[in-house]
Design a binder for this molecule. Structure first.
Ligand code: ADP
Ligand code: MG
Length: 140
């Protein structure tokens, strides 16, 4: 199977609680490789662009406010079938429904403050990676 790249964000609820390392340990234990990573403080406009697909949803304002209120860690993860494998490792959007062993089961606070983002398709992974990383920042 071909190596895929996916885009990950360790969200403010997790960076605030000093969970970057704990989440990275779960990512690496699952066999995904962190091939790019940086800590950034998104502007509101960046968060709005990133989540534009959700602009009509009732939680869009709260989501983009939270994502731009505090630092996040953005990452590129690589591995066989990385997009689906990271979605599986993240767990359900609502941590109340997340399976044991997932990041959201272990760490998420609520459906909104759910600790991590992961791309949901190859097309979106490419778009999301390009929003935060230049090619020479991705070192596989
Ligand atoms: P996922 O992050 O699992 O792909 P979505 O793409 O559906 O989930 O939603 C994007 C993000 O919006 C979620 O991770 C979460 O932070 C927030 N969100 C989704 N649904 C809700 C909701 N019902 N209430 C508040 N925030 C939500
Ligand atoms: Mg999503």
């Amino acid at each position: 199977m071909a190596i895929e790249h996916t885009f990950s964000i360790i969200k403010p609820d997790a960076t605030r609680r000093n969970l970057t390392g704990a989440i990275n340990a779960m990512i690496e234990a699952a066999g995904l490789r962190i091939i790019a990573q940086k800590r950034v403080h998104m502007t509101r406009a960046q968060a709005e662009t990133f989540y534009a697909v959700h602009s009509a949803r009732p939680f869009y304002g709260e989501l983009t406010q939270q994502m731009s209120a505090e630092p996040v860690v953005v990452q590129v993860l690589a591995g066989d079938n990385a997009i689906q494998r990271y979605r599986d490792l993240m767990g359900a959007t609502n941590p109340a429904n997340a399976a044991d062993g997932t990041i959201r089961k272990a760490h998420a606070l609520s459906v909104g403050e759910n600790s991590v983002h992961g791309s949901d398709s190859a097309d979106n992974a490419k778009i999301e990676i390009a929003q935060f990383f230049a090619g020479n920042e991705i070192v596989g």
